[in-house]
Design a binder for this molecule. Sequence first.
Ligand code: CLF
Ligand code: SF4
Length: 500
Amino acid sequence: MKSQPAPEASGCTTSSCGSSDGPSDMAPEVWEKVKNHPCYSEEAHHYYARMHVAVAPACNIQCNYCNRKYDCANESRPGVVSEKLTADQAVRKVLAVAAEIPQLSVVGIAGPGDSLAAGAKNTLNTFDQLSQLAPDIKLCLSTNGLALPDYVHRLKATNIDHVTITINMVDPEVGQHIYPWIFHNHKRYTGIEASRILHERQMLGLEMLQEAGILAKINSVMIPGINDEHLIDVNREVKKRGAFLHNIMPLISDAAHGTHFGLTGQRGPTAQELKALQDKCEGDMKLMRHCRQCRADAVGLLGEDRGSEFTAEKVMLMDVDLDGAGFEKRETYREHVESERATRHASKAAAIAEVAHIAGEKPILVAVATKGGERINEHFGHAKEFQIYEVTAKGAKFVGHRRVDLYCEGGSGDEDGLETIINAINDCVAVFVAKIGGCPSKSLEAAGIEPVDSYAFEYIEESALAYYASYTERLGSGAIHEKIGADASIRQGAYTARRA
Ligand code: CLF
Ligand code: SF4
């Protein structure tokens, strides 16, 4: 999605999302729309991939956290792409990826500008072609909302079920500190008037999506001191207008990105600040916590980016099947995931029953190294991110992820990298890995983070619950002490290789 956007997924708990029939609080037709969407369903993001095609270079507003000139293949944040595509190039790229990656379930258009700016010509052309050529793949769109009211009916006619609007304020007084200008109806507006128009168009667009039966996800960028507490009002207003999911993301404000906020020293939130705000907003509306703030040309599972395998040059050399493009492989994969879902439901319920006798204990956070499939299946030294689970006797719930520097590059450990990892997961009591060496284990233990490889290749949630039982027992016996007051830092952007 755009500059910092992107949507959400469910805040699902162990007990609600394991069924292949869907959670009990969701209508079957809605579950059908979200169950294989890696952004709209937290569970789905362990299994399904998305890709973005960068066909929308222009933007009709300016956000103080965006600089689309900055491009780096190792950078991961909205608004950033390596190459812009025509609609025809984009369609060819999607068909090439769909043939190679059976996990692909969604194609999104999220910039690098605004998908609906400048008449939305490329966006609509791309979606029109894809809805004919690969009808099993869902189409998804992200926008700042300024032009949205003009296109809702057209999006509905193209069978687009998922639209994300980035909404950072519902009060133009707040908005004027985020948006220096907008361009609307052939005119440039600045100051509070710009924010007022943007706000009114965003609310109208959201209401129209609701009327049209299109699922709306709201992305909000948390900017400490500017809109952090205000996002509680945003959450209330978008919930009132029928938004399905709210995704609150941390501001990315590294000065090297050249954004207004980066250059003026505006900081992003810490991990604890972000989680506290997400917790406050999580009521009867679903909250997305697994957003990776993707590039506008990202390809793959949310925690990975395989975009470099599918550059326009490489795609031109591929033998692309325009008729079906791997449909059978995708069908087989979806059947496999459905069968996993059915099995997991019973297994998670049994794991919760095992710890149900533990009462009154505080939740703990654990970090997990995973390559997907809801399993602990990544080595500590190879992890580019850790998934964070909050564990209680009621279940293990995904609450976020932390990007890190690779610890192991070229076969040896990097002590500087280790420090950034510890900073990133410092609020966790344990880190679950498939394998870990003696040196990093000692440093982690010294920081109060227990390295755990005894659940290697097991399912994450069941392992987290088993660990919780052992942790509370050891705490009760005095064998270990409670970890209090630790916070963690949020990395600005994805991993960037330090060695050639
Ligand atoms: Fe792309 Fe956005 Fe669709 Fe997902 S991303 S257009 S809803 S398919 Fe997802 Fe990426 Fe976060 Fe966006 S992780 S930035 S929320
Ligand atoms: Fe950048 Fe435009 Fe997206 Fe804002 S809406 S983040 S200015 S591309």
